[in-house]
Design a protein around this ligand. Structure first.
Ligand SMILES: [Zn+2]
Length: 244
């Protein structure tokens, strides 16, 4: 696993850039659009991996569901390799040689950072981010809410153009293709629930701590929400290979 490990380190340019993910103003969907779109979202569940389908049931609101479904559709069959660890898999990781190797790598990155930034250190959350945690983050994240509202409005327009046909296979395939072609605006700062690289410990977030601060997250100098892990550069985050 360590060969595939990617450590994301916050670049110094992002220290003052806490607002690197300001959500844009969403286009509000029509008030009844959620109800009208819901049967189609339900139909999309039949087109994705069963784990993704059941995660969708726990996503709040049609807009957020559409946004997550878009990611699941795009991940396609690759979803199996990427899906977040179960509780059993997380327990198996704890205390394993893989975990030990990861902790050593984190220690090496922190030491190198401290050497080149005297007085500063790095706070790292060393826990696996479970599916439950990803769902709860997804359901309350502002950038997700804004992108979800925009995607819901666009979906409503798409379905209105097709005349709101009954959610049979043809329109569902059309909707799936439509969603996959959409670029969320603003770009969500989280991966869809189940698809975070933190769910299999392929990524850890480093937070820069000011001189003399304790390691309590509440006292960190810059707390930066992670960008979608596969596009970390867009967030001012450098991806570094961990020292071996
Ligand atoms: Zn992250």
């Amino acid at each position: 696993m360590s060969g595939r490990l990617l450590l994301a380190v916050i670049a110094s340019s992002c220290v003052a850039a806490v607002a690197c993910s300001e959500p844009g103003a969403p286009t509000p969907p029509a008030p009844d659009s959620g109800q009208r779109i819901a049967p189609y979202v339900n139909g999309l569940r039949g087109l994705v991996d069963p784990r993704a389908a059941s995660a969708l049931e726990r996503v709040d609101g049609v807009g957020r569901q559409l946004l997550a479904a878009r990611s699941y559709l795009r991940a396609s069959t690759g979803i199996g390799d990427r899906w977040s660890w179960t509780k059993k898999q997380i327990s198996a990781f704890e205390g394993s040689a893989d975990q030990q190797a990861l902790l050593e790598q984190i220690g090496a990155v922190r030491s190198a950072f401290e050497r080149s930034n005297p007085g500063y250190t790095l706070f790292v959350n060393e826990r696996v981010r479970s599916l439950d945690e990803q769902l709860s983050n997804w359901n309350r994240n502002d950038s997700v809410a804004s992108a979800a509202a925009n995607l819901e409005a666009a979906t409503q327009e798409f379905l209105a153009k097709t005349g709101w046909p009954a959610p049979g296979e043809q329109i569902l395939r059309g909707l799936a293709a439509f969603l996959q072609a959409q670029t969320p605006e603003p770009k969500p700062t989280l991966a869809a629930p189940g698809l975070s690289a933190h769910g299999q410990m392929h990524a850890v977030d480093f937070h820069v701590l000011s001189p003399n601060a304790s390691r309590a997250p509440s006292q960190r100098l810059s707390a930066i929400g992670h960008g979608p892990e596969r596009n970390a550069a867009a967030h001012g985050i450098q991806s570094l290979s961990a020292p071996r």
